[in-house]
Design a protein around this ligand. Structure first.
Ligand SMILES: *[C@@H]1O[C@H](CO)[C@@H](O)[C@H](O)[C@H]1NC(C)=O
Ligand SMILES: *[C@@H]1O[C@H](CO)[C@@H](O)[C@H](O)[C@H]1NC(C)=O
Length: 318
């Protein structure tokens, strides 16, 4: 077995070779994903962004004809990126495509948008035989959604291997329980580390992952161990960042508790409220790893990628 290593340079020309991910349909310069899952508009938009796209926009009549032909096969309603959440009556596409008002006027269903009960800011299609039309609906309604992304993107995360893209990083839940050190070693072996929580999107990601992952308790990359310049009962993340007090509401009642001198590790309680608790680091739990996003072709492994500084290196074992 030979270990090959190559520096990946994605040029515009070579990027043309990349195609739509599995389950997406291509049209023009874009790929489209018609979901089976249902989400409210915000969550649907987040899911699309996690796939390096946005909720679908419509740039011109040809693109609408393509989408409508797909809707004629699917025969149901989907969220689009169009919304007037920021300013009532001013509709924008979430991917910042410029609104063509002439085109849009031809797409609305009769009498729409009507902002019914002043509670409709997000746009979906009404499926009709012979052609869908748009309607403004309540953003909290759950329905399938259409994601759209450019057809020449390289994947930031190894999605087929279960990694998710969020805030420029890749995350994966591992259900096989390990001690905190064992979990950390496993993350490092995959060019990452235990999860560091920096914002509320990540907190939502954790609860979504846990609810999909059979409600296991999950180690985070947070401890009071001195190797991270922490002190007993003063917690630091594995990247030595201090505990941000904005997250103190994540602690469960009577937490953090001093379970083990200078050896308290933090986990998310998967069984009920997703709050955080301490435990002795030697206990075995599931865990979430994170690693910087890469830009490697399918089948190649990204490593040494740093957020914002490009793809790093791609390696493949052959
Ligand atoms: C807007 O859409 C109309 C109808 O499809 C089309 O005729 C027109 O060229 C478009 N305008 C722009 C600026 O793309
Ligand atoms: C934590 O508990 C240990 C005993 O397990 C004790 O020696 C230590 O003083 C406690 N530390 C704090 C900060 O409460």
């Amino acid at each position: 077995m030979k270990f090959l290593l190559a520096v990946l340079l994605i040029s515009a020309a070579s990027a043309q070779d990349f195609k739509c991910p599995k389950g997406w349909v291509g049209y023009g310069r874009y790929c489209y994903y018609f979901s089976d899952a249902v989400w409210n508009w915000n969550d649907a938009n987040a899911v699309c962004r996690g796939r390096q796209g946005n909720l679908a926009s419509v740039e011109n009549a040809d693109e609408w004809a393509f989408i409508d032909s797909q809707l004629n096969i699917k025969r149901r309603e989907y969220w689009f990126g169009l919304n007037d959440k920021a300013k009532e009556g001013t509709f924008v596409w979430s991917d910042r495509t410029k609104v063509n008002q002439t085109l849009l006027n031809t797409l609305w269903s009769n009498g729409q948008p009507d902002d019914y009960k002043k509670s409709e800011d997000c746009v979906h299609n009404w499926y009709r035989t012979g052609g869908s039309k748009l309607n403004d609906g309540n953003c909290n309604a759950k329905m399938p959604y259409i994601c759209k992304r450019k057809n020449n993107l390289v994947e930031f995360c190894d999605i087929e291997d279960g990694w998710h893209f969020l805030n420029n990083m890749c995350y994966k839940l591992f259900l096989d329980p390990k001690t905190w050190d064992g979990a950390r070693q496993d993350c490092q072996d995959q060019d990452g580390d235990l999860m560091v929580v920096q914002n509320t999107n990540e907190i939502k990601f954790i609860s979504d992952s846990i609810s999909c992952g059979l409600h296991d308790n999950i180690w985070l990359g947070l401890s009071d161990r001195k190797e991270f310049q922490a002190q007993p009962m003063t917690f630091k993340w594995v990247n030595k960042a201090g505990f941000n007090n904005a997250f103190r509401g994540q602690w469960d009642t009577n937490q953090p508790s001093n379970v083990s001198l200078g050896n308290n590790c933090v986990f998310v309680l998967g069984t009920s409220n997703y709050k955080w608790r301490t435990d002795a680091c030697g206990v075995e739990r599931s865990y979430i790893c994170e690693r910087p996003r890469g830009s490697c072709p399918k089948g190649w492994r990204s490593w040494n990628a740093q957020p914002g500084t490009g793809p790093g290196l791609c390696s493949i074992v052959s």
